[in-house]
Design a protein around this ligand. Structure first.
Ligand SMILES: Cc1cc2nc3c(=O)[nH]c(=O)nc-3n(C[C@H](O)[C@H](O)[C@H](O)COP(=O)(O)OP(=O)(O)OC[C@H]3O[C@@H](n4cnc5c(N)ncnc54)[C@H](O)[C@@H]3O)c2cc1C
Length: 461
């Protein structure tokens, strides 16, 4: 790869309206920080683009000068693919503008927006579309990998609600992709990650949601975890699409509704969200309170935007994170034994294992309807290793890998591309399964030189 020649950087600075941040500058140092503090990359330059024309210039610059290129959306990707060492980063964090057409139930939003930006714009009209559970996550990376959250059982994956995109291809052309225009590219972008270009604008379909929703937590002690998990699994088998319940197993953070003597002790928390009439929701969630003897509960009506941010304090940027993930089509009892054993060995108070229930509308698309093909996944499990210091890395990573191995015999074999770490490039092909070969053909058409390769990479056919 060519280094960045100084005269060329001056040329790029003249070409773009946004800023070009360089090593040694204060703004560069903060711009190279991303969510996962284990990532410490030093790009040659960071082009903080002001709009699509800037992105076109930056793509042309990288391609013509043979410079390694990374794309930064929200910078949340666990593998650190928002950045590269040396090379150029296209940083979209200034591009967040949103426009809602409430009558048509559509939003168009720029490629650097976070989930919070989307929710703020759409909830002003009582509308929303399914996205993830941590509001500081980038909308771009989340969408391009598939995207799921509290609304997914009712309205599908984020990509199932994507109407069109504007994307700057490796040739430096800004094109619109939709079911009608560049349909192959649109198919590939719905799950294929950042492999096919820089998405500068997304258009989503919206649904009436809230503005207040029934949601919150029911918390059980770890001693009841296995029984709670078994009842949870059986409960979810008959839950309507409107009701989503995830389980989070960890040490209790000092939540005000938990008694002080529960803080720091093991818990199995049920995170509950109902996207419908709250009276009906109250009836439906009643059995969740009778799974055992809860140590605390905090459930009620709250703004949808508040629930979307409820987990943000536990997921702040700057900690060291290592993840391992599996998809499941069912949750056998033996898996719960492995969960409980693993929780007995938690390496830090910030580590957790969660089971996110998807299913519902996410399963009602054909596996080849879009590049994301895991339409059989009813649960996405994530072993979330998280701690503060590099000295804890080895122990934390070993813990996450151990549970990943212990739970593998019960998993479906599928993997969510957005949860793969930097050392899991060998899972990319299996993550796409039967869709991989078509993805490789689309890659050959739109990015034959693999310009966009700082990602979970799909090689051109
Ligand atoms: C705390 C936390 C909670 C999460 N919760 C959920 C969840 O509930 N549901 C869920 O589905 N996922 C969730 N995720 C995973 C999330 O979807 C991925 O981390 C995703 O990659 C984040 O996107 P980003 O734009 O912030 O990331 P980045 O690190 O900026 O980018 C991720 C990848 O996408 C590419 N990319 C970014 N922007 C663009 C663009 N505009 N055009 C083309 N390529 C681009 C990058 O090059 C990179 O390869 C969570 C992640 C975190 C850290």
């Amino acid at each position: 790869m060519s280094p960045l020649p100084a005269n060329k950087i001056e040329e790029l600075k003249r070409q773009i309206q946004g800023e070009v941040l360089l090593p040694g500058e204060e703004a560069y140092e903060s711009a190279r920080q991303i969510w996962n503090a284990t990532i410490d990359k030093r790009p040659g330059a960071i082009a903080r683009c002001a709009g699509t024309p800037d992105v076109v210039q930056a793509v042309n610059f990288a391609r013509d000068n043979g410079v390694l290129l990374a794309i930064r959306g929200g910078g949340h990707n666990i593998a650190g693919n928002a950045l590269c060492d040396g090379g150029l980063v296209i940083d979209l964090s200034r591009m967040k503008a949103a426009k809602v057409d409430a009558k048509a139930r559509r939003v168009t939003i720029e490629g650097g927006a976070t989930l919070a930006d989307l929710d703020a714009a759409t909830q002003a009209h009582g509308l929303a579309t399914p996205v993830g559970i941590n509001s500081t996550t980038g909308l771009a990376g989340l969408t391009l990998g598939g995207g799921f959250g509290w609304l997914s059982r009712k309205y599908g994956m984020t990509i199932d609600n994507l109407e069109s995109v504007e994307v700057v291809t490796a040739a430096g052309e800004a094109v619109k992709a939709s079911a009608k225009e560049h349909p192959d590219l649109f198919w590939a972008l719905r799950g294929g990650g950042g492999n096919f270009g820089v998405v500068t604008r997304f258009e989503y379909r919206l649904h009436p949601v809230g503005p207040e929703v029934l949601s919150g937590l029911i918390v059980y002690p770890m001693s009841e975890a296995k029984s709670v998990l078994k009842q949870y699994r059986d409960f979810m088998k008959q839950a309507p699409d409107e009701l989503t319940v995830w389980t989070v197993l960890r040490l209790a953070p000092p939540l005000p509704f938990l008694p002080a003597d529960a803080h720091g002790k093991g818990i199995a928390a049920l995170a509950v969200f109902y996207a419908g009439d709250p009276k009906q929701g109250e009836k439906l969630i009643a059995p969740l309170r009778a799974f055992g003897k809860p140590v605390g509960e905090h459930i009620g009506m709250q703004p949808y935007t508040a629930w979307q941010q409820a987990f943000d304090p536990l997921l702040t940027a700057g900690a060291r994170n290592y993840w391992k993930s599996h998809n499941f089509t069912n949750l056998p009892d033996a898996l719960f034994d492995a969960v409980v054993a693993s929780l007995g060995k938690l390496p830090s108070p910030q580590c957790e294992i969660f089971f996110g229930a998807i299913g519902g509308a996410t399963t009602r698309q054909a596996p080849d309807a879009a590049a994301y093909g895991h339409r059989d996944a009813l649960y996405v499990m994530n072993v979330h290793g998280r701690w503060d210091t590099a000295a804890e890395d080895a122990r934390g990573i070993a813990w996450a890998r151990d549970f990943f191995q212990a739970s593998a015999p019960f998993a479906s074999g599928g993997a969510y591309i957005n949860f793969l770490t930097a050392d899991e490039g060998d899972r990319v092909r299996s993550a796409y399964g039967a869709n991989y070969d078509r993805l490789a053909r689309v890659k050959r058409q739109y990015d034959p030189g693999n310009l966009f390769r700082v990602n979970q990479n799909i090689k051109p056919a």
